[in-house]
Design a protein around this ligand. Structure first.
Ligand SMILES: [Zn+2]
Length: 124
């Protein structure tokens, strides 16, 4: 397979049980080690509701997010199951400023729900 991030070929070790498995892998082990997923949570109170920010990486990496598509989808699915009544937003990168907080607060007021914002990287 070819890594979506570094474009190098890589091989998946198979055993007897996974010999005929057709699962696709999009990222090599070297890129996984260089760009590890580090989830961090942050709660910010808004005017009448709350904002929960989940960032997947702590640092800004120059990586192709398509390589982590299966990991991101699993993370988002599990977090959504933990927050069923939240209004969900996803951004690859989110800059936390007073202006964006006002927009998110307006969105929470119009939807009448707390906001769950999942982003690849949170900039402050
Ligand atoms: Zn790679």
């Amino acid at each position: 397979m070819i890594c979506y991030n570094c474009r190098n070929k890589f091989y998946i070790k198979r055993n007897f049980l996974s010999l005929f498995e057709t699962k696709q892998y999009y990222i090599c082990d070297a890129c996984k080690k260089n760009y590890p997923i580090e989830l961090s949570f942050e709660d910010i109170p808004l005017e009448s509701f709350g904002l929960r920010i989940v960032s997947i990486w702590k640092f800004l990496y120059r990586l192709n997010l398509d390589a982590y598509s299966s990991e991101i989808s699993r993370i988002v699915e599990k977090i959504l199951n933990l927050h069923p009544n939240f209004f969900f937003i996803y951004f690859d990168s989110f800059r936390l400023t007073d202006f964006t907080l006002e927009i998110v607060s307006f969105l929470a007021d119009t939807e009448g729900k707390n906001i769950l914002l999942i982003c690849g990287e949170l900039k402050k």
